[in-house]
Structure formats: structure tokens, C-alpha cells
Design a protein around this ligand. Sequence first.
Ligand code: SF4
Ligand code: SF4
Length: 338
Amino acid sequence: MFKCSIDSLDKIFAEISKNATVYLPVDNDDGKAVYTKWENGVKWSNELNTVKSLKDFFFPQVENLMEFKVEGKNIEIKDIRTESEDFVVFGVRACDVRSFDILDRVFLVEPCDSYYANRREHGVIISVACTRPSETCFCNTFGIDATSPNGDITVWKTEDALYWNANTEKGKALLDKLNLDECDDSAVNEQKAKTAEIMKRLPLASLTTENFGGGKTDELFNRPEWKTLSESCLGCGTCTFVCPTCQCYDIKEFNNGNGVIRFRCWDSCMYSDFTKMAHGNNRLSQVERFRQRFMHKLVYYPENNEGIFGCVGCGRCLAKCPISMNIVKVMKTIGGND
Ligand code: SF4
Ligand code: SF4
């Protein structure tokens, strides 16, 4: 384990910036944390987490995939992929780091998504352990330890110091360049124990997944509570866009006068035209769309992915849904737990 003073963080970012672009959570004009490129004078936010997750770095909201040029009967396909630049994201919380276990299982299985894979290869994630978890946090429900996040490097922050530990080869290579002082882990262990005590007292500490998981489709699919739960859902898709694990997208094309550009953009299972096909739509009502989102995270995804749930308990949907509907209410109502 290595140590530095908090005051030396700018010097560290400057060192990393020689070889890679550094992003970190920074307060915007509304006092909300958003990932921002580091440059001299940019200060790390004190907020617990960012409004949007770091999913955007690896799976952007909109990206061009390829171009076509049509001349008479000839179609020329242009591969517009470029090698991503190296980048480092600092200040990532345990829940958001875990979201990559879910996203990787979607994008990196064969046929591998080369756009996503390219950014995963070039991105280094530096996580920071939580010390002030919020009342909307429930990462613990999904077996995530907020006091020991994964990522390429883990950082623990105390009053005046930062403690660094590398978890991967990429992380070790970066940490080796920083020339930090070696230290023992006593301060870190003390801080972990304090945070673990806070985690036990959070309002959602007792929320469990015991009534969900693979094999529960027959039991849960036709539950009458779906109707009441979904009644006030606006179908706005906010919950899916802020979610670090939602990964649905649409592929579209437009003609810019000089050729056709094929691009993809985030989509939402909460939208009425989601997965609409030539014959029509599989889910005609909001109750069906609403149920799909939660059944996918709590039953279908774990069924197909060795029991891993499609939620990391980040609490963003709890904070952002305009009608205060969220996965916790669904788990309590459908799963009958509190
Ligand atoms: S954010 Fe709330 S209202 Fe909007 S789609 Fe999600 S559950 Fe429905
Ligand atoms: S469903 Fe809600 S709490 Fe779970 S990962 Fe997505 S935004 Fe976070």
C-alpha cells in the first residue's frame, strides 16, 4: 500500500496527465458532481457520487458506428473506428465499479463489441472507498463492499491522506510511475471499520435479494402488484439513463447529404417504441414495459449470468425518478422484504 497527502493530489494528476487524460468528479454550477477533465485548478467534488455514472466513458449516449457511400449500384462501407486514447477516471465508487461486471458480460462476450472493448482496454479506473454512504445507498444488498471497491487501483481517503493499492496490472503500472511512499494498512483498516458501522445503520441495510434471482419467472411474472406499481410511471426513461448497468441501445441511420452514417444511441425499455418490429410491438402497455425493466435486473439477468443481479444499489433511480418509483419499492412490494 502507498500513501500521499491530500494536498499532493494536483501533482499526482499532473503526473498522470503526461500520458493520459484524467477525469474526476467535479461540482457543476448546481453543486452536483459530474465527471470533468482535470486541469490545473479543477477541484475534486465532496459529493458522494456523480449524477451520471462512468458508463458514459465506455458506452457513450450516442456514437457513430460506420459510414456508407452509395454511388449507383455500389455501396462503399467506411470503417470509422479509431483507437481510443488512454484515459484515467478517478473517484469511482464501489457500486459503479461493480457495474462493469454486468456491462462486460454484455459487451465483451462473442461477438465482442469492439467499440466498448477498445475503451475498456484504454481506460484505467481508480476507485475511492466510501466514507459517508447516503440513505439511498444499498450496494450491500448485492454483496458489494463500499469500504473496499474494486477497479484498477483502490484509494482510501482519510482527513489528510490518500492510501493507494493496485488491483490489476494496469493499475500497478500506473501506480509505479507515481513514486508514492510505501505504508502499512492500519489507517485504512480503521477507516473501513468505521464505514462498515455506518453501512449497518443505513435505512436500506436489511433489503435482500432472497425472493429474486434465476428461476423466479413463473412465480413473479403475473403478480398483480405490477399494475399498481407501474400505474404512475411516466415512461420518461430517466431511471434507465442514470442507471450504471442499463445497456440497451438502438441503431439508426441518417443521410448527411454526403453519405449515410449509422449510429447507435441509448434506448430505454420504458419507451413505447422499444424493440418495435415490423409486425408491431412485444410490449403494448406501460405495465409490461415497467415489469420488463425490473424482471430483467432481478430475475432474467441473474438467471443467465451465474446469479449476478443487474442492479448495483447506487441509488440514482431513487433520487431521480420524477414520481419516486424505483427498484427498492419494487423489491419490497414484489419480494415482500423490508
Ligand atoms: S424514472 Fe420513474 S417515471 Fe420515469 S420511466 Fe423510470 S420509473 Fe417511470
Ligand atoms: S436500478 Fe437504480 S439503484 Fe440499481 S443500479 Fe440502476 S440506477 Fe442504481
